[in-house]
Design a protein around this ligand. Sequence first.
Ligand code: MN
Length: 188
Amino acid sequence: MTYEMPKLPYANDGLEPVISQATIDYHYGKHLQTNALVPGTEFEGKSVEEIVATAPDGGIFNNAGQVLNHTLYFLQFTPQPNKHEPSGKLAEAIKRDFGSFDNFKKEMNNASTTLFGSGWTWLSVDKDGKLHITKEANGSNPWRHGLKPLLGFDVWEHAYYLDYQNRRADHINKLWEIIDWDIVEKRM
Ligand code: MN
């Protein structure tokens, strides 16, 4: 079994001006690869989620984490969102656990701008339905800690440097405009 990035459900220039075509060409293209480390190991046939949850630190874990992270990342965006905040169960959980949608955004933005070095910020849900914001170093993912990821911001410089240089906060602020909340709600 190999793991491949999904086809993008939008054109490479579809997320402009929030994310430029050049960044998508580079960022998505760069990760459009199969995981060659898995065949012949004990992880063959396992899902990327299982591998991320159980593999020891090292190449297989890093590779599976980046495939999983970027799959969740690229599929959570849309050129034309039909709404700019979640509804239903997710909206209720955000209100309960963060006070308001605005405060949740503030906490996601803050986690993203204060993450030192390369990594990811995630909104996740635990087995009791409670929401969490976590910062993950490098290629890790909330599955590593038994949490199910719903929404992830890639804060490696490669995700924004071409468009925003070192202005990570500006990039994160703009990402809210292209989130497909229907997709994020379905992940709950
Ligand atoms: Mn990336």
